[in-house]
Write a protein of this length. Structure first.
Lengths: 295, 264
């Protein structure tokens, strides 16, 4: 029993990171209808920048965390400005291809600068586990989960109550009508990329603290697909829940496969098997929008 | 007579090849309602989009002539700048944000004018009490008439000096059309907003306007005081559905090969 509880907790932690990355993914999709294949690489870049600042430049972790956020803000802005803005008006499929290209470029850059070895973050939080319901849980897990919850709360409030958040939703629904209201949609696009980069790099830093980082971290971006498709491509709540559910299911499946059939490495495929089932049963996901029908 | 907006010999080209407006000139009187009438595809919506800048997102461009708003040229400026100058277009087909609540839609309208949000919100609810009842609902679940009210309400939130209305009567029942047109006159009078009104419903539009233009094939073919246009026999035959003598035309007498009027 304890084994399975442990699996669920691990799943929730990994899932909360999936949720964060999925959040970035959904925001870009909602605002621009672009499926961003470079999302995982944004996670990786964030993780490496924070690593470089803490370990190589010797800054205190908190300072380098803040600087990383700043860096990803600028990264998001420049990606939008240099790569995507010239493509406004082009078919959406070309833009999606460009994000695939972007993912390769980012990956290559990271390998060029930091090599392909696993890098380990310095110890930030204490090592001794905290006991919760009699289960030992590492503090970094708890911090990761809490951080994800806080970020999600902030973003849902932002989209519900702030003018810019509402304008972003309006733009996602009807770009031209939004323009007719005086909403500068180019700024909205830029902002979505900024948010996507920032949440991804937060995810990256958390992952780095848990597992260490290597240049395969970008594969994380693929894992986010089942999460967003489960939640519905254009729903923030869906991204949150989808991430958590995929995280937990993936860990449970993996644990079961190990226990019952002595199979290792099932974790890597579990999420995609779930994905196939979602697509068969509920192609719009749990919260994805069909259009509003008036009767 | 003071004019808030002046179009002089405006040419609009879509995709660098399709000429839609061919030297169109018109003026909108300060503080009054000006009607722009014409058949489908005459270029009415294009004219409004050329003014509001929304043309740019459809790959259209003003290639010749100029658009002067309060005597300064505004053609080919991005829409967000034009809205901030005080021109607000209510697009054809209402275009409410269906997945946003009524109040959120109104907040979008107030995007360029957030300071007086509360005050303007009350004003909109005063004009459209039905929106207040449904303010927490998704706009997608409103009826057609309510959606049109919301679209106009959104415009009011920005306190525009010039309101561009594109077919506000589209798809509405006759009673609702009357209600909407009453409110347009009321807004024009009380909010001191000049209006450029594009309509297919020529009679309703001319009744509330002071001046009217008739657009065909990208050109103005006729203009005059609204009352004059209403009494003009050609306008009556082609836009108001009456026979030569001004009596209502009966379908029994309509010939299959209808006479086509050539204006020029």
């Amino acid at each position: 029993m304890e084994y399975y509880l442990q699996l669920i907790i691990n799943g929730l932690v990994v899932g909360s990171i999936y949720s964060l990355v999925a959040l970035g993914f959904v925001i870009i999709y909602k605002a621009t209808k672009v499926v961003n294949f470079a999302q995982g690489e944004l996670v990786m870049v964030g993780a490496y920048v924070c690593f470089a600042l803490t370990v190589q430049a010797g800054l205190p972790f908190l300072a380098s965390f803040v600087l990383t956020l700043l860096f990803s803000l600028i990264l998001g802005l420049s990606i939008e400005r240099l790569i995507l803005r010239p493509l406004i008006g082009e078919p959406i499929i070309s833009v999606i291809m460009v994000t695939i290209g972007l993912s390769s470029v980012l990956k290559a850059l990271v390998q060029l600068i930091w090599g392909t070895q696993i890098k380990v973050y310095p110890q930030v939080l204490p090592h001794e586990p905290i006991f919760l319901l009699g289960l030992p849980i590492s503090p970094v897990y708890i911090a990761a989960f809490i951080l994800a919850v806080i970020l999600f709360t902030i973003f849902s409030l932002f989209f519900k109550y702030s003018s810019i958040g509402i304008a972003m939703r309006a733009t996602a629904f009807d770009q031209q009508a939004a323009q007719s209201m005086g909403i500068g949609i180019k700024n909205i696009f830029a902002l979505s990329w900024c948010i996507a980069c920032v949440v991804s790099s937060i995810g990256g830093v958390i992952l780095g603290n848990i597992n260490g980082i290597n240049s395969q971290l970008g594969a994380m971006g693929l894992k986010v697909f089942p999460a967003v498709i489960l939640g519905g491509l254009d729903s923030l709540l869906g991204a949150a829940l989808g991430g958590l559910i995929i995280g937990v299911l993936e860990n449970l499946c993996d644990g079961l496969a190990k226990e019952l059939f002595n199979l290792g490495g099932f974790k890597e495929v579990a999420a995609f098997i779930i994905l196939v089932f979602i697509l068969m049963l509920k192609p719009y996901g749990l919260f994805g929008s069909h259009e509003v029908e008036r009767i | 007579m003071a004019y808030i907006l002046e179009l002089a010999n405006v040419e609009v080209v879509y995709d660098k090849i399709i000429l839609v407006l061919k030297g169109l000139s018109l003026k909108v009187r300060e503080g009054q309602i000006t009607a722009l009438l014409g058949a489908n595809g005459a270029g009415k919506s294009t004219t409004l989009k050329a003014i509001s800048g929304l043309l740019l997102s459809e790959n259209g461009e003003v290639t010749e002539g100029k658009i002067l708003y309060q005597n300064t040229p505004i053609h080919n400026e991005p829409p967000e700048k034009i809205v901030r100058k005080g021109i607000f277009q209510v697009m054809e087909g209402r275009r409410v944000f269906e997945e946003l609540s009524v109040e959120e839609n109104l907040r979008c309208g107030a995007y360029t004018n957030p300071k007086k949000f509360k005050e303007n919100l009350e004003k909109v609810y005063h004009y459209f009490p039905r929106l207040k009842e449904r303010r927490k609902q998704w706009a997608g679940y409103l009826s057609g008439g309510e959606q049109q009210m919301l679209a106009i309400g959104r415009a009011l939130m920005a306190e525009p000096k010039l309101l561009l209305l594109d077919e506000p009567s589209l798809g509405l029942a006759p009673l609702l059309v009357e209600e909407i047109f009453n409110i347009i006159t009321q807004i024009n009078r009380e909010e001191k907003a000049s209006v450029l009104l594009v309509e297919q419903n020529a009679r309703a539009a001319l009744t509330i306007s002071s001046f009217g233009y008739i657009l065909e094939n990208g050109r103005i073919v006729m203009e005059g005081e609204a009352q004059e246009l209403l009494n003009n026999p050609d306008v009556q035959e082609f836009y108001l559905g009456m026979g030569h003598a001004g009596e209502k035309k009966s379908y029994r007498e309509v010939k299959h090969y209808r006479r086509r009027k050539r204006w020029l």
